[in-house]
Design a protein around this ligand. Structure first.
Ligand SMILES: Cc1ncc(COP(=O)(O)O)c(C=O)c1O
Length: 409
């Protein structure tokens, strides 16, 4: 056995044990797309999907993608340098206009958009300042920049959503230029950034703010343009990164900024230059959803908000702890690994899919079920989920907070 086999074997112990006890929750294969699907032949309603406006399965989206398959096939076999199509360029122009930015660039994933943006700017003169709950793409871009010999930026963290903590870091940073990286809605906890205060402190210290609005796109603001629209701060954040993997129902990253900023990233980001171009069927699908947002954004977003308000009120009345959430992302806090896993299994047996998040996906003591309400959920879906949550929340002491007794082997 080589060392890689030994390492893999050693590090898989925990996962093997979970599989043996039949509590390993990850990578269960769905048998069709959409919120209403099946796993192992059993119907399930997916409450962990990020298809926030329920548009992924819309016939117009599928038709646009199918037409693009006929014209461009499924891939372009190259990076954007030599595989840019008029469809990419048109979508970038439309995105820039819709989001009210000078320029937009489409990446193959949101993760790559963030890593490429950070890597294009962070150098020895830069301090990167991250919210302590920053998404993996922000962390990975930051550590890549810090560890690259020619860049080696300084890295600092501030307490989650704390403007006082951010200001302390801005006052004591060691490099000339500051870049502050936050999310519009924090993906695991479902709470919004205190954007106005953060923008003000960034302006005071001349720091560049980078906003990852992956979960705000299509869910916040009257038209769904995100947290900037909701807070009336459009024009005051220089860089926004978002994704097609949630509301836009596909895959792909979006960078928004002034023309020179975007052009610089386009010519500099290795995650853009050295990775394949976004397939045109996906570009076409995102374009079809953008048309729906342009034509019908307010109604679509309002419907999501109505459903989320109903679900939040019901969960709260039952007595669930939703942590810091103040959006459609409503983690059901179990605060115990076994409770989260048992809840997941019991709910799945009853056709409700809510993925558990356990350490190291979250801190110990913050284990939860990932619960997202989307516009695609029906009242019946929500009522069924609420009934099952209440039954198993009682059975596994999630509601009472009592300890689960020791398990027999
Ligand atoms: C906050 C946040 N940023 C970025 C990403 C990455 O987006 P993508 O799926 O397009 O790579 C995600 C996806 O999980 C996310 O939640």
């Amino acid at each position: 056995m080589s060392w890689i086999h030994e390492k893999a074997n050693r590090e898989l112990t925990r996962i093997r044990e979970a599989r043996e006890k039949q509590v390993y929750p990850m990578f269960k294969p769905f048998e069709s797309g959409g919120l209403h699907s099946s796993i192992g032949g059993q119907p399930v309603v997916n409450f962990s999907s990020n298809d926030y406006l329920g548009l992924t399965q819309h016939p117009k989206v599928k038709e646009a993608a199918a037409a693009a398959v006929q014209k461009y096939a499924c891939g372009l076999s190259s990076s954007r340098v030599q595989a840019t199509t008029v469809a990419h360029v048109e979508l970038e122009e439309r995105l820039a206009a819709w989001y009210r930015f000078e320029s937009a660039l489409v990446f193959t994933t949101g993760y790559q958009a963030m890593v490429g943006t950070i890597m294009s700017f962070a150098d020895k003169d830069t301090t990167l300042i991250l919210d302590s709950l920053a998404h993996a793409c922000i962390l990975d871009g930051t550590f890549l920049a810090a560890g690259t010999p020619t860049q080696q930026c300084e890295v600092r963290f501030f307490n989650h959503n704390s403007v006082r903590s951010l200001e302390r870091v801005l006052k004591t940073k060691e490099r000339k230029n500051a870049m502050v990286l936050i999310e519009g809605i924090y993906s695991l906890d479902g709470d919004k950034a205190v954007l106005k205060e953060i923008v003000e402190v960034c302006e005071k210290y001349d720091a560049v703010l980078v906003l990852d609005d992956a979960h705000g796109t299509g869910t916040l603001g009257t038209n769904g343009r995100g947290i900037l629209e909701e807070t009336g701060l459009e024009g005051r954040v220089p860089i926004v990164v978002s994704t097609f993997s949630k509301t836009f129902g596909g895959i792909g990253g979006i960078l928004l900024g002034d023309a020179d900023v975007v052009e610089h990233v386009k010519n500099r980001a290795r995650s853009f230059l050295f990775s394949a171009s976004l397939p045109v069927p996906i570009v076409a699908a995102a374009g079809a959803i953008l048309t729906m947002l342009e034509d019908d954004g307010p109604a679509l977003v309002a419907e999501l908000h109505d459903k989320a308000a109903y679900f939040r009120k019901s969960l709260t009345e039952i007595g669930f702890d939703l942590g810091m959430s103040n959006t459609h992302i409503m983690p059901v806090m179990c605060r115990d690994e076994r409770k989260a896993l048992f809840m997941h299994i019991a709910l799945l047996e009853n056709g409700i899919y809510m993925i558990p998040i356990v350490y190291p996906g979250c801190k110990k003591g913050e284990e939860r079920l990932r619960v997202n309400v989307t516009r695609g959920h029906t009242r019946e879906d929500m009522d069924q989920a609420l009934e099952m949550l209440q039954i198993y929340g009682d059975a596994f002491f999630v509601l009472s907070g009592d300890e689960l007794g020791p398990m027999e082997d």
